[in-house]
Design a protein. Structure first.
Length: 334
């Protein structure tokens, strides 16, 4: 029986295609082009990272992933009153606000630590916030229901946040708490200094990943990802997980789910990454070995990128030689 491989790589069809010449896309991404050319296109209903991961676990439609539980100690019996946090900048835009990332620097990391530690001290009756990694903070709410309406940080960056603000009003204690925090952050002396330096103020927190642990319909899954948070969450669910580098090596009969977030992280950050190098790396690390698995008749591959179609590549579909050669330029982001 052939193993199934689900490759989740959000952002692939959101790349700034004007930065890539056709020669590079044709010559350096041959295996990706093979997938795009020969795969059967299947209409897709999951467009965000959260829904892609939820669907891969066989969870109910609309059920969020309580990723905060990945950092909750087993000895703590209270389940579901935790949220993950990232410091952000909320930019006013007419009747809305846009979520923007902060610059990646040691000075900004220090500024974030100062502000969040002050928040922790000022609002210690309502919540506790602690650092859990160089990326994330964990908030424990003490007096109000945990909201589970917020998408993953990577899903919301660059987008309008008004719909989530409106939904927050359904949990008034939470709505009041986050608004008081924002007012405190807006007036913080650290932000006055950042404005003088021409840097974005740290004026809000993006909190997500609340709720109790779900029960996946099956644990016959092997996650392959280099994302620290997803690896820990898989451990919490009892799901086998490994580094992406081993995706083509293991043949354990599990349904493989490979989650590659580097494109999405690059598109959603203020880093000056070389997208050509990133795509070339993914071609060698992922696309090439996975296409090889399909050609060997050992696997069926499904590429999922939050696009209007998923791409299902089977050994049989590889014989459709009449299909025209295509590349990413044939899939402009509209």
């Amino acid at each position: 029986m052939r193993e199934s491989v689900e490759l989740i790589i959000p952002g692939l069809f959101k790349l700034p295609l004007h930065e890539f010449d056709n020669t590079f896309l044709e010559r350096d991404l041959a295996s990706l082009n093979c997938i795009l050319r020969y795969a059967i296109r299947v209409k897709n209903k999951q467009f965000e990272l959260d829904s892609l991961l939820t669907h891969s676990l066989g969870l109910s439609e609309g059920q969020g992933l309580p990723l905060a539980q990945a950092f909750v100690e087993k000895s703590i019996s209270i389940d579901g009153d935790y949220l993950l946090c990232k410091a952000i900048h909320l930019k006013p835009d007419m009747r809305n606000a846009i979520v923007l990332p902060l610059d990646n620097s040691q000075d900004t990391d220090n500024d974030i630590s100062i502000i969040i530690n002050d928040l922790n001290e000022l609002f210690n009756l309502e919540c506790n916030i602690k650092s859990i990694s160089d990326k994330y903070w964990l908030m424990h709410l003490k007096q109000c229901k945990v909201p589970d309406i917020y998408p993953h940080y990577l899903s919301v960056i660059g987008r309008k946040a008004n719909q989530y603000m409106q939904q927050s009003k359904q949990i008034l204690p939470w709505y009041k708490l986050i608004n008081e925090m924002q007012m405190f952050m807006h007036a913080h002396e650290v932000n006055q200094g950042r404005l003088l330096k021409g840097l974005l103020p740290i004026n809000s927190l993006w909190c997500w990943g609340g709720g109790p642990l779900p029960e996946p319909r099956t644990k016959n899954i092997h996650w392959y990802t280099n994302d620290e948070l997803l690896r820990r969450f898989a451990d919490k669910l009892g799901i086998l997980n490994s580094d992406i580098e081993h995706i083509a090596d293991d043949h354990d009969g599990h349904h493989k789910v490979c989650i590659e977030l580097s494109i999405l992280e690059t598109l959603k950050s203020v880093r000056d990454e070389n997208l050509k190098l990133l795509l070339s790396h993914l071609e060698q690390q992922l696309f090439k070995p996975l296409v090889r698995l399909v050609k060997s008749r050992r696997s069926i591959l499904r590429l999922r990128a939050g696009y209007e179609y998923d791409f299902s590549l089977t050994p049989i579909s590889l014989y459709q030689f009449w299909r025209k050669t295509i590349n990413l330029h044939h899939f402009p982001d509209e």
